[in-house]
Ligand binder design. Structure first.
Ligand code: EPZ
Length: 433
């Protein structure tokens, strides 16, 4: 099991490049189920969840190639024959976003069998709202032996109002609606940029979608969709993680290949802490943190509010800010797994329900810590970048799910970080060579 060795104390300086958004690539890959034609997606990130999605589509009969042409990673998907429209538990248990194949499978074949995703480290994460929407569209849903089965001769357009804002719920039902008979009106939708990216692909495939990115989406069903070529949008969470890396290390870091319009809440929160944030170009943001950082409260909200996927990373920054920062997690019920590990590095954090009180600034000292989920792992890397000494981060496979070669990218701007398969006794600095 790979580990990261990180020695803190080096300000990050230079330019770091963002990859394509994992959370846009996953629904866009699932959208290929909706057509017999070939779908080509560019700017695919080289992360584990993408490979899991590739295996999932292949297990159902899809042909999926992923190839690098130097700067760009592209996937070519053809689901002309879906011999086995079942998302098997062995794959679904490793990635709950597998539930994104539910809507497109029912829409395309009239039948879908998807293993119940189960919970995960950050919460129960049910998909009841996905199922409720499909039932409103005429699907018959049954559950047995840990699998959900959805059947429908042809889905019918419906009026769907989400009880709660759900990102993959919006995406799943959007993909169901594009081939439904008649019009579907969806209200209280997620407004995330990844939803907009998916709608862009679907419309390029011949769908008729209006309102993606707003709470109300209107879809006029069509008989069939054709193939398309689409470029995945930049990963705003990777970009936000790097902006915090620049601020927490007191560096001068330019994050390139990002979309500043997707980073509003993160950039304004960084400015509130006293970091300097400048939009250099339509695809580049620069962060500088010369002086001491100030405490600032944060409350996670659906987009365009402060992202829950940035909460753990922000908490690491808050440990280095003078004053008390209140961090409220409104989206998931158990997304403070990083707190105890940060406390072991010297942070002063108290959790009461969904609110963490962070008292800074506290010097952090290097330690051996355990990664628990994707974004908690990122928080520990950020803390290790400013901790005194050399930290060992275990179970970095959690990071590999959503960050492409993060240690190489960080090393490129001065971080002392190396990936090792085991920690040799008395490992020396040259591990970062
Ligand atoms: C997406 O998960 C992202 N994953 C998550 O990113 C992200 O944290 C989350 O949205 C919130 O922004 C992908 O896009 C693949 P939700 P999703 O449905 O869609 C409840 C990462 O780090 N809910 O918006 O599963 C749910 O329990 C991952 O990249 C229901 O109750 O999240 C949660 O409390 C982690 N019933 C809230 O809604 C449902 O049917 C928001 O969940 C669906 C959701």
């Amino acid at each position: 099991m790979d580990k990261f060795l990180v020695t803190g104390g080096t300000p990050l300086v230079g330019t770091i490049r963002v990859s394509g958004a994992k959370n846009a690539a996953l629904p866009c890959m699932a959208a290929a189920i909706l057509t017999e034609d070939e779908v080509i997606l560019e700017n695919i990130p080289h992360v584990r969840d993408i490979d899991t999605e590739r295996r999932l589509l292949a297990s159902m009969g899809g042909e999926v190639d992923i190839f690098d042409d130097g700067t760009n990673r592209t996937t070519r998907i053809c689901c002309a024959t879906l011999s086995d429209p079942v998302a098997k538990y062995e794959i679904v248990k490793t990635m709950r976003a597998s539930s994104l194949v539910l809507g497109p499978l029912v829409a395309r074949t009239g039948l879908a069998r998807v293993a119940m995703p189960g919970g995960c480290a950050i919460g129960g994460r049910p998909i009841d709202l996905h199922l409720k929407g499909l039932e409103k569209m005429g699907a018959v849903i049954t559950q047995e032996h840990g699998y959900i089965e959805a059947r429908a001769e042809r889905l019918l357009g419906a009026h769907i109002v989400f009880d709660k804002i759900t990102v993959t719920g919006t995406e799943d039902l959007l993909m169901a609606a594009v081939l439904a008979e008649g019009e579907t009106l969806m209200e209280n939708c997620a407004r995330e940029p990844e939803v907009v990216d998916l709608a862009g692909l679907l419309n390029a495939m011949g769908a008729k979608i209006e309102g993606a990115g707003t709470p109300t989406i209107r879809v006029r069903g069509v008989a069939r969709l054709k193939g398309a070529r689409h470029r995945i949008c930049p990963d705003r969470i990777e970009a936000g993680t790097f902006l915090i890396a620049g601020a927490i290390t007191g560096g001068d870091l330019t994050v390139a290949g990002c979309n500043p319009r997707h980073l509003g809440a993160v950039m304004s929160k960084l400015e509130e802490t006293g970091a300097r944030v400048d939009i250099l170009r339509p695809d580049a943001v620069r962060v500088q943190a010369e002086g001491a950082l100030k405490a600032a409260d944060v409350s996670t909200e659906e987009y365009p509010g402060f992202p829950t996927d940035m909460q753990a990373q922000y908490m690491a920054l808050a440990t280095q800010a003078d004053g008390v920062s209140m961090v409220k997690e409104n989206i998931f019920e158990n997304r403070f797994m990083h707190v105890q590990e940060l406390v072991r590095m010297g942070a002063n954090i108290k959790v009461d329900g969904r609110v963490a009180t962070v008292r800074g600034r506290t010097p952090l000292s290097a330690a051996s810590v355990m990664c628990s989920d994707l974004r908690a792992s990122a928080s520990l890397v950020l803390a290790a970048l400013v901790a005194d000494g050399q930290s060992v981060l275990d179970r970095v496979y959690h990071m590999d799910r959503g960050y492409e070669r993060i240690e190489e990218k960080l090393r490129g701007v001065g971080a002392k970080i190396a990936r090792v398969s085991h920690v040799p006794a008395g490992v020396a600095e040259e591990a970062y060579a």
